[in-house]
Design a protein around this ligand. Structure first.
Ligand code: ACO
Length: 327
C-alpha cells in the first residue's frame, strides 16, 4: 500500500465518492485530501454533506462537492444516459430520475471524464454499485467480462509472495462458465502484475486435484484452465487443484508433482462466487488477513466497490487503488 499511496500522490487523479455524507467516507475523504493522496469529489446533497462533516469533525474545506440536483451537468448526463439506455426502455423522464441518484451521477461523471474514478459500497450493496457501472461505463475494449479480485495480506509470510495472495472472483460473477472463468484468471494475473508487481502463479481451485474426483463442476474448472493456457501460453497456471495442493509445498509434491504452480500459488481462482466470497471472508476473519478490495477488473474506467463492513482505512486504500488504476 505504501507504493500505491506514493503512486496515487503523483497521479493526482479525481475520485468521486457518492456516499459522501456517510461517516467513514467523510473521514476517508478528509484523510486523502489532507495527505494529498488524490483529489476527491463529494457527490450528494451539499447541506447534508457539510452538516455531517462538521458533526464528525472532518475538515472538508478545499474538497469539491457536486450536488446532482444543483449541478449544471444534470441535463447533459440525463441525455447521455437516455441515449445509452433507450433501447432498454428507459424514457427521458426516467433517465432524469435515475441521474439524480448519486451513485448513477458519480458513475456518469467518470464516463464523461469529469472524474477519473469512483468508489462506493459502504452503504450500497455490490449490485447497486455495479449495475450503474455495467450499464454506463461498460467493459474495456476487447474485454468480455467485468470481475474482481482481493489482495490478501496474510500474517504468515510463507504463503504466496511474502504473504500476498490474490483471490478472485469473490464479489461479482455468481456462476461463471468455463470461458468466463478463464477470463477471470487472466484478469487477476494482470492485476497481480500491475497492482502488486508480482509474477503470477495461478491455481484454478476445485475439490479435486488432477483427476482425483470426477464431476461436472470439476470439468468446468479443467476446461477454464485449458482455455486460459490457450489464451496466454506464457502464464504459469495450473488446475484443477485443491486449496491445500495449491499452497502447501509438501502436499503439492504428493498430489500434483511437477506442477509449475502447486505449492506456491499466489493467485487463487475460485470456481464460483459462493466459494470465493466465503473463502475470502474466512481468511479475513479467522486468519486475520488484511484484505484490500474488491478491486474491479475489466471496466473501461475504474470503479471500485467497498464491503459494507469496511473501515475508514479500507476506503482510503480503495481510493488510492482507484487512482492508480486511472493511471
Ligand atoms: N461483466 C460485464 N457485463 C456484465 C456483467 C459482467 N460480469 N454482469 C452483467 N453485465 C451486463 C449485462 O449484460 C447488462 O448489460 P445490458 O443491460 O447493457 O444488456 C448490464 O451489465 C446490467 O446487467 P443486469 O442484468 O441489469 O444486472 P445483473 O442482474 O446481471 O447484475 C450484478 C449484475 C449486479 C453484477 C450481479 O451479477 C450481482 O448482483 N452479482 C453479485 C454481487 C454480490 O452480491 N456480491 C457479493 C457481495 S460483495 C462482498 O462481499 C465484497
Amino acid at each position: 500500500m505504501d507504493r500505491i499511496w506514493e503512486f496515487a500522490k503523483n497521479a493526482k487523479r479525481k475520485i468521486a465518492l457518492p456516499e459522501a455524507s456517510e461517516e467513514r467516507n467523510l473521514k476517508a475523504a478528509g484523510f486523502v485530501h489532507k495527505n494529498r493522496l488524490s483529489e476527491i469529489i463529494l457527490v450528494g446533497n451539499e447541506d447534508e454533506i457539510k452538516q455531517n462533516a462538521s458533526k464528525f469533525g472532518v475538515n472538508i474545506s478545499g474538497i469539491e462537492i457536486f450536488d446532482p440536483q444543483a449541478s449544471g451537468f444534470l441535463e447533459r448526463y440525463t441525455e447521455t444516459f437516455f441515449n445509452l439506455r433507450k433501447s432498454k426502455g428507459v424514457t427521458l423522464e426516467k433517465a432524469k430520475e435515475i441521474m439524480l441518484d448519486p451513485v448513477y451521477y458519480a458513475t456518469m461523471m467518470v464516463k464523461m471524464k469529469d472524474a477519473d474514478g469512483m468508489v462506493s459500497g459502504a452503504i450500497h450493496s455490490t449490485g447497486d454499485l455495479l449495475r450503474p457501472a455495467l450499464q454506463i461505463i461498460k467493459t474495456a475494449p476487447g474485454i468480455s467480462i467485468v470481475s474482481s479480485s482481493f489482495v490478501m495480506e496474510l500474517q504468515d509470510k510463507s504463503f504466496g509472495d511474502n504473504g500476498v495472495i490474490l483471490f478472485a472472483d469473490c464479489a461479482i460473477n455468481p456462476n461463471p462458465n468455463a470461458e468466463e472463468l478463464s477470463s477471470i484468471a487472466l484478469a487477476t494475473a494482470a492485476t497481480a502484475k500491475s497492482l502488486c508487481q508480482i509474477e503470477p502463479r495461478v491455481a484454478m481451485l476445485s475439490f479435486s486435484t488432477k483427476g482425483s474426483a470426477e464431476h461436472e463442476l470439476i470439468t468446468k474448472v479443467r476446461e477454464a484452465t485449458k482455455l486460459a493456457k490457450k489464451k496466454s501460453p506464457e502464464l504459469l497456471i495450473d488446475g484443477e487443484l485443491q486449496l491445500d495442493a495449491a499452497i502447501i509445498p509438501d502436499i503439492a509434491k504428493l498430489k500434483a508433482p511437477g506442477s509449475p504452480v502447486a505449492g506456491k500459488a499466489n493467485v487463487l481462482i475460485f470456481p464460483d462466487l459462493q466459494s470465493g466470497n466465503i473463502g475470502y471472508k474466512l481468511v479475513q476473519r479467522i486468519a486475520k488477513a488484511n484484505c484490500i478490495g474488491p478491486v474491479s477488473q475489466g471496466f473501461a474506467a475504474p470503479v471500485n466497490d467497498l464491503s459494507r463492513g469496511c473501515s475508514v482505512e479500507d476506503i482510503i486504500n480503495v481510493i488510492t487503488i482507484t487512482a492508480l488504476q486511472a493511471g
